[in-house]
Design a protein around this ligand. Structure first.
Ligand SMILES: Cc1cc2nc3c(=O)[nH]c(=O)nc-3n(C[C@H](O)[C@H](O)[C@H](O)COP(=O)(O)OP(=O)(O)OC[C@H]3O[C@@H](n4cnc5c(N)ncnc54)[C@H](O)[C@@H]3O)c2cc1C
Length: 384
């Protein structure tokens, strides 16, 4: 009888944590990674610092809350932080609950994972892109074939291929449409001409068909093609065709109070003109964009300013969203293998005994701030 072996396909966050969990059970583990090295995305995460989890992990931060609940229940924030502590990673949380390695270097996260895999005897085969998996008739096992004709046989397979879901489709799994999310958004550029590079602290709401889909608060960055920043990344998870983003430049000031402020400035600063009216209240380039959207010429006297219209625009500056912006900056792929076809407690396929999935290959995405990597580690450990 050959030894019992688990094959893990994909050496990203989910595959590496699955390898550690499987190997700790005493089974032989082979991890196949298409790339020349494992963990490339981990190195790029969190701007090279790797925001690996968050102190406020909750199922509600993910698209399929019910599905992720058992996995996150078994491996909440504390469990993932101690998983990493056990393999030698010191971590710290910032004021917003984002957890980073103490070294502030994503390489440290990958180092401890790789060292632990090696220590546990995980066989890592880089440059092995699994093209096809087939069930071995009668043996209850599987054989995986690489593009170059290499093979690995195993009793169980964990698919952790991130955005690449073709293998699960090949095993009969349904896929949910994919596309980049958690990234910048492309908008009408007319109203924001000249604003590229300007950052504002604000709140923003995404609407579709008059319904508010989500609201986020934080720092918004104007780009030449639209809007960016972590708050925009989080809103992008709710993007629908025909969405509109409404920016509130004064989220802490009630509409009536803002109207009063503008009226008072019209009296106290009556000597200014439209171009200088907002000096001291608003970034001058944002002021210019607001005035232009209101159809106000820069040399308009203050007494002629449309006060109510300007106050309304400051609370509700709307841009039509035409899609995701720079796709290379999107952190996650929306969609993947349909979660309905997996057991949410074990991540085992309901189609085929011995097949499991973990990480982003499943149709799971979460908000930014460490939630996606948390899902990758936790689901990897459960599948493992
Ligand atoms: C720029 C950037 C920054 C990010 N920052 C953060 C952050 O700070 N915090 C956070 O929580 N999330 C972040 N994310 C998201 C996070 O990185 C992903 O959610 C997470 O890495 C997914 O892990 P995974 O193991 O499921 O997939 P992946 O990391 O994509 O790993 C899949 C692996 O499988 C391999 N593979 C694919 N197909 C095959 C095949 N057929 N055979 C063999 N191998 C194969 C791939 O080469 C890859 O190495 C970021 C993402 C990006 C792009």
């Amino acid at each position: 009888m050959p030894e019992s072996r688990v094959l893990i396909i994909g050496g990203g966050a989910a595959g590496l944590s699955a390898a550690i969990a499987s190997a700790r059970l005493g089974v032989a583990v082979t991890l196949c990674e298409a790339d020349a090295r494992v963990g490339r995305k981990i190195l790029a995460s969190g701007n090279g610092r790797c925001n690996l989890t968050n102190t406020s992990i909750s199922p509600l931060a993910y698209n399929h809350s019910d599905f992720v609940e058992p996995v996150l229940g078994a491996f909440p924030y504390e469990a993932i932080r101690s998983f990493f502590a056990d393999i030698g990673l010191l971590t710290r949380a910032d004021d917003e609950g984002r957890v980073y390695p103490m070294t502030n270097a994503a390489g440290s996260v990958l180092d401890v994972l790789r060292l632990e895999c090696a220590h546990l005897g995980v066989e890592t085969r880089c440059g092995f892109e699994v093209e096809r998996i087939s069930e071995e008739p009668g043996s209850g096992g599987f054989e995986a074939f690489s593009r170059d004709g290499d093979t690995v046989r195993a009793e169980a397979v964990i698919v952790a291929t991130g955005g690449g879901d073709a293998l699960l489709a090949g095993l009969g799994h349904g896929l949910v449409g994919t596309g980049p999310v958690l990234g910048p958004m492309r908008t009408d550029t007319g109203p924001i001409r000249g604003l590229s590079g300007v950052r504002v602290r604000c709140s923003a709401t995404l609407f579709a068909g008059g319904t508010a889909l989500a609201t986020e608060r934080g720092e918004l960055l104007f780009r030449d093609y639209g809007v960016s920043g972590i708050m925009v990344f989080d809103l992008s998870r709710y993007l629908e065709r025909g969405s509109v983003i409404s920016i509130d430049f004064f989220p802490d000031v009630a509409p009536a109070e803002l109207r009063t402020t503008i009226a008072e400035r019209c009296t106290s600063l009556a000597w200014r003109n439209a171009e200088t009216f907002f000096a001291g209240m608003l970034h001058y380039r944002v002021a210019r964009a607001v005035l232009s959207t209101a159809g106000v010429n820069p040399d308009t006297p203050v007494e002629e300013l449309p006060q109510a219209r300007l106050a309304a625009l400051l609370k509700d500056f709307r841009l039509n969203v035409t899609g995701m912006g720079d796709a290379s900056q999107a952190q996650v792929t929306r969609g993947g293998a349909s979660v309905a076809e997996f057991d949410s407690n074990t991540l085992a396929s309901r189609h085929m005994d011995g097949v499991f999935a973990a990480g982003e290959v499943l149709d799971i995405d979460g908000r930014s701030g460490g939630f996606n990597l948390h899902w990758a580690w936790a689901s990897g450990i459960v599948a493992g």
